[in-house]
Write a protein of this length. Structure first.
Lengths: 420, 420
């Protein structure tokens, strides 16, 4: 039986460690060169497969591939492109199988969040029906930490660490300025529907009463009156108030506090402007001088301060995906399982993709403090190991020396255009 | 002659390394315990002196003082409080001298920017007239890098490094997303009148054509037409466009692009909202999907990725201030002098405060590229050593272990209230 090649693609918003998963996939495949052929990467994610536009990773040096472990964002390009349902656009799935067949691809490694788990499942199902079986393994990735069945998601630990550190540093700044200047600082972080990232800011606090003083979760309906009262009380008691807000905070009727701006290809609303809106609210009601920051892409690309736990797990899920495929597994997502015990330890597991697709794991209610503005000890215990350890990249001329790949294309075999 | 005590205060916006200067002052004073008494720190800057509210640093352990070297923001509290002119409020200056006299303070170390250099000068002048001579030494500090007579300002190198790294990381993110999603990313950075911080983002580029593609300086009048044309051209050529904008960007008639919000105690306008304004402009003219970030306090408090050069220099200017005072100097600012040669080297110098006060050093015109959207090789050569080296803080539980001082008060001797 001739060796099958593998296809690897990155999907959705990138993270500080998704390339560490790519590194795990490619290095592991190279170690099993007797059983697995080349790894072709989708140029700009699944779009690359549809267009037959793939990068031949076998032409990258071992050093370049190793450098992916410390390089943020998606080295092969990612995409926001959700395949429609089989009923709506069967042609897309058939095209994928056609491209995979043309390039002797027998392994499909899809590195993404909930939407890509769904795509991964459909590719697996359809390939069997079309008589060209492909083993589809989903490699979890999302800063939002909202995938089910895995204790945590690669990408989250690093954004969590960044947000905790940034909150701690900015809080020291406000504390130093508050006597005669800024009294309120607002940091807007990512998290459309789940408050995991905002929750991580609480790890900035060493002692009870330390900032952040208020965390706003999408899971908790926003009440302006309670919020303003808490801000005022905090400034009176502490002299200043630090607020960390999830971009998806909304009123009890589901209205976003900051108006939605546009809608992306997955149908997600692109949010923004929450921090200035909250600042204006506070200024109007209480008159305090404020500062606000919006971390946006800075938070999810901050490889310079990635969590060592996160980097290790991101690599491990990539490695496991290849090992699972070689063990004959199909249509599963690699999961991270937390083991019992005082000391944090974990192992890898798996879950069927039919169970995963399109479920969002929100913050459990016992992770949010009674007043709705903080987290519980249970949440702290969960978060603590995920931000543990510093995995610094190498530096050159004062900035991180990130991988620059050659990205040589795989020669096309179909050469038929495909409109997406 | 009884030993005189020293007064140290932090002024204006804090930085990632102003506490390293404090560390330099206190550790050096401790080493000269035979000649210099205690170091009293102003609680919340000069306000602490006016209120006779001082922190006795002699009651902090050596370990706590050493930890200041790796701790961001102002450990003793800073303030935005500009003393009026001698003619307008002589009482304030007299009060300072009175407090200094009551506490046997003979050395005044003021750690700040241009405004505090002015205060430092006046204290020195008036103290002589009032027959209680005080040696006033100004310790430079400002992320804005706009003090004259010094090659660079402590605090700038670290914010420059942070902005260069953040720009590099976010650019990789946009590059990965641009095929099907975000095409334009805007990072708003500090810099009211001088574009030094925005300029530093250019250090993210390894090769010509690398992001950032557009830098907006306060020194260059903003022309919407040219800007939009450059954004469009960049997206067409590169697939995406990364923009770094100084908060103080303005039209040729001096109007700020983002409306000013409030005015601080120094009469500076508090700006904000530039990034979303530019984003809306681009969306309206070109229709591109965008993301924007506002780094705000995150950039100037980011001790986790401070420049090693900056930390070393910040400590050195604090140390020198004490040594200058012991050498009998008065009414000077410590300066950093760049020495000639291929390899970067520097030494400390001094300049009379009468020359420093209220001069802002903007970007020289030969540091800005001809099209006004980038920097020249001359600027790169200037900036390169300032962001060199990583001086990582120690970590505990995944976040930096920053100093927590006891901050015990100096017993009041005057006990007369003073309204500020």
């Amino acid at each position: 039986m001739p060796k099958k090649n593998a296809f690897y693609a990155q999907s959705g918003g990138v993270t500080a460690v998704i390339n560490a998963s790519a590194c795990g996939v490619i290095e592991t495949a190279r170690r099993h060169g007797d059983k697995i052929g080349k790894v072709y990467a989708g140029h700009n994610g699944i779009i690359g497969a549809l267009r037959e536009d793939m990068i031949d990773t076998s032409r990258e040096s071992d050093e370049a591939i190793a450098a992916l472990r410390h390089t943020p964002a998606g080295a092969f390009g990612s995409c926001r492109y959700k395949l429609k349902s089989l009923e709506e656009n069967r042609a897309e799935y058939e095209r994928l199988i056609q491209v995979f067949k043309a390039h002797n691809i027998g392994y499909f490694f899809y590195n993404g969040g909930g939407d890509s788990a769904d795509t991964c499942l459909k590719v697996s199902q359809l390939s069997e029906k079309m008589g060209y079986p492909i083993q589809a393994i989903h490699i979890p990735k999302t800063v939002d930490n909202d995938l089910p069945f895995t204790d945590n998601c690669p990408g989250f630990g690093s954004v969590a660490k960044y947000v905790a550190i940034s909150t701690k540093e900015a809080s020291l700044d406000v504390a130093a300025m508050c006597e005669s200047s800024t009294k309120v600082f607002i940091l807007e972080v990512m998290g459309r529907h789940a408050g995991w990232i905002a929750a991580a800011s609480a790890m900035a606090a060493e002692q009870a009463g330390d900032p952040p003083h208020i965390i706003l979760f999408p899971e908790m309906p926003f009440c302006q009156e309670e919020f303003i009262a808490k801000v005022e009380q905090t400034v009176q008691q502490k002299g200043y108030c630090v607020i960390v807000a999830s971009e998806g905070v909304q009123y009890s009727d589901g209205t976003m506090i900051a108006g939605s701006v546009t809608t992306d290809a997955f149908g997600h609303q692109q949010l923004g402007g929450l921090a200035p809106t909250l600042a204006a609210m506070i200024k109007h009601e209480l008159g305090y001088k404020y500062h606000w920051a919006v971390a946006d892409y800075l938070q999810r690309s901050a490889r310079h301060i990635a969590s060592a736990t996160d980097v290790e797990q991101a690599y491990a899920v990539g490695q496991a995906a290849v090992e699972y495929a070689l063990a004959g597994k199909n249509s599963v997502m690699v999961t991270i399982e937390r083991l019992a015990g005082e000391e944090y330890s974990w192992r890898l597991g798996e879950v069927g993709l039919d169970k995963v697709a399109n479920i969002e794991k929100k913050m459990p209610s016992d992770f949010i403090s009674r007043d709705g503005f903080g987290i519980t000890q249970l949440a702290r215990t969960y978060l603590a190991p995920l931000i543990e350890g510093e995995d610094y990249p190498p530096y050159l001329n004062g900035v991180p020396n990130y991988a620059r790949l050659a990205k040589l294309p795989v020669k096309k075999k179909l050469n038929t255009p495909f409109d997406i």
